[in-house]
Design a protein around this ligand. Structure first.
Ligand code: PGA
Length: 251
């Protein structure tokens, strides 16, 4: 059986100024220490403006840092955009792509997400590719179909367990306090695992995170499900105690 280490990733979204971000990161870095827990990897994805600061704050610890988005090109006339390589330059090892807030607020299609993910891999970083259905799609019985299409359209050539993680985040569960039933999460993660064959070289080794209202009170039951290999955490990642409690809930 393939052993997959858990990944507990914090998506800070558009929160944290330099000083509070650095304090939060330093607190977590002190808890993790120089050697990662045998159960999990910890990743912080702050706003791009403080990636360098947060990288400094966690240096010497086993905590990793990532960006929340990047451009599909390595450089050029793209005002306001950031290349994956620029995130790498200031200490990022990861970039989240295709978060539903990007897909919705910036009309990012699967093809665009795929282009960004490919750029992340070209820059030598690892990517978290987000997928997830809306409430209307779930109510219409289309959740699996939508997520399958997002996987097929968003995962770039060259994706493998070493450079790519999938995050399943039902849009209606993000920031709402609502989560799918454990059975629904397990069913979707099993479907994603099955669909990964043909899209990645080593489908059994790829980590599949759940995201959407993960908190200390539900982390253990969600992380205990088969094919759930970690969590992408928004709101609860902004409090060191809560984020740490989620990581400690890894089996
Ligand atoms: P949430 O966000 O934990 O606040 O629901 C998750 C996410 O958007 O990644």
């Amino acid at each position: 059986m393939t052993v997959r280490r858990y990944l507990i990733a914090g998506n800070w979204k558009m929160h944290c100024r330099q000083s509070d971000g650095a304090a939060l990161a330093a607190d977590l870095a002190a808890r993790v220490g120089p050697v990662a827990d045998p159960r999990f990897d910890l990743l912080l994805c702050p706003p791009a403006t403080i990636v360098a600061t947060i990288s400094q704050a966690v240096s010497g610890s086993a905590v990793s840092v990532g960006g929340q988005d990047c451009h599909a090109q390595a450089q050029g006339a793209h005002t306001g955009d950031i290349a994956a390589d620029m995130l790498a330059d200031v200490g990022a090892g990861w970039v989240i792509v295709g978060h539903s807030e990007r897909r919705t607020n910036h009309a990012e299609s699967n093809a665009m997400v795929r282009g960004k993910a490919a750029a992340v891999l070209r820059a030598g970083l690892a990517t978290i590719v987000c997928v997830g259905e809306t409430e209307a799609e779930r109510d219409a019985g289309q959740a699996e179909q939508v997520v399958a299409a997002q996987l097929k359209g968003s995962i770039p050539d060259g994706a493998a367990a070493t450079n790519t993680v999938i995050a399943y985040e039902p849009v209606w569960a993000i920031g709402t306090g609502r989560t799918p039933t454990l059975a629904d999460i397990a069913a979707m993660h099993a479907m994603i695992r099955a669909r990964l064959s043909g899209l990645v070289a080593d489908p059994d080794a790829v980590r599949i995170l759940y995201g959407g209202s993960v908190k200390p009170s539900n982390a253990a039951e969600i992380l205990g499900l088969p094919d759930v290999d970690g969590a992408l955490v928004g709101g609860a990642s902004l409090k060191a105690d809560d984020f740490w409690a989620i990581a400690q809930a890894c089996p």
